[in-house]
Structure formats: C-alpha cells, structure tokens
Design a protein around this ligand. Sequence first.
Ligand SMILES: [Zn+2]
Ligand SMILES: [Zn+2]
Length: 271
Amino acid sequence: MREYQKANAERRSRIPAALWAFLAPDPEEFYRWRVQLECGCIAEVMTHGSERLPGEQRWCDAIHKAWLPAGQMLCPHEDSPSPYRDIVEWGERREVSFPADPVEPPDWTDAKTWAAIRHDETHTSAFWVVTLSCGHCAEVIAPNLKWKPGDPPKRASPKRLPEMKASFEEYWASHPDDEDEREREHTRRMLAEGWPCPAPEQLCHTCTFAQWIVAYQRVGWLVPRKSEPNPPKSPSRAILQRRLRQAETEAKQLREQLAELDEGDASAENS
Ligand SMILES: [Zn+2]
Ligand SMILES: [Zn+2]
C-alpha cells in the first residue's frame, strides 16, 4: 500500500487531475493476486478490480516498450537461451547513420577480415520494429533503405552461395566448438533460403524473460473491504465464462507448446 501510494503520488505530480481516474487511480480500485509462472516462480500482481483475472491482463515489455501477450509476465532466468522466431509483421521503421569505421582493426578480428567487412564511408541503415511468431517485438536491421515489407529480400548470387556454404562447412569442421548448435541451425536455414537480407527470422530475447501465468490465487483488495466476503461465494455467470475462456486459452497454449516439442523431436529424429 505504501509502495503504491508513493508511486501514485509521483505519477499524479506529472499528469493533470482530470486524468487521474484513468492513469493514476485510487488504491481502492486495485485487487491483489498471487501468481505462479511456468518457470515455477511466485509473484504478486494487481489487477484493476477483482473480476479481471491475472491471465487476462497484459503486462509491458519495458525493453521494447511493447505489450506482452495477455497472461505473460517478465521473469528473467539467465540459463535460458534466446530462440530464433519467424518475423510475422513489420512495424515502424527508423533510419540510423553510422560514421566510417576506423582503419585499424578492432581487438575482436584480424586485419584481413576487417578489410573485407569494414565500412570506409558513412552509411545509413533502416531499423524495423517487428512482431515475431511468439507475439513478442524485436528490432531488426535492413541495410537496404529502399526495401519495404512485401518486397522480396536480397539474396546471395547463385555463384556466391555454394562458396558460402563450402566455407561455413569448412569452418564448422575445423572449429567444432566455436558456435552453438542454435547458430549453426540458423546459418543452415539462411543458406537453404539463399541468404536472404533482411533475414526472415530473428533472435527473441524476450522469450527468455517472458513466462506464462499458470496458476493464480486471490489475495484480496489492496485496501481491505470491511464487509466484503473474500472470495465471493458464488461467482456470476460472466465471471465463470471469463474463467472458462482463460482456462481454454491456457489449454490451447499448452497444446501448441506440446506440438512444438513434438515437431522438434520429429525433426531431430529425421536429421
Ligand atoms: Zn521465474
Ligand atoms: Zn518471443
């Protein structure tokens, strides 16, 4: 309660009083829940009113300033690696200019490689905010400023592609521990597609932080009610319907995750 009032006083100092009801409501309107996430962690969250379940609420992905899918929250676990996800939608775009690279090679590469990849003039790239197949947002770079969604990506030439494949295979054979399997699989998919630019898939770092809410328990109003029974003895039809929808959504998500696992197992067996 003290935490809420402190944060709310700060919020109210920044916005006109007419908007307080929407952007900085009184603490009496908030309901507390204990939630369990799929990673096993337990957290406490609040919803606006007591009828909206935590699994129906959308939380913010502060890094990308985007909403997470309803029912997901951020809970960082360092040991989970980011997966590659297909890009399903291209959103806003901004252009960023970079100065020419220094002539001297940086510490992480040698002079020969640096000479091949170095930009000797100022250059500009387009940065796109994209939506990935998992529902999360990410930012990807399209070096070609004229490219727009729907245009075919630029691909490596038919002459260059077999050379690229051969040098990757050679590198992997001589450096078996240099790169993890995820990066090799990504490179193989890119080669199979003709090395498209912009790439059709992107690492999703949010996937390593975002966890589904799998269970919840009522704690009560942030400001306890004197006569309110808690929880209500017989929920209304609307509440039961909403809970059923939430349970069905969760079941659907679990089935999709299982199907993804099955697909992964099948492709591992085939390869
Ligand atoms: Zn966790
Ligand atoms: Zn994701």
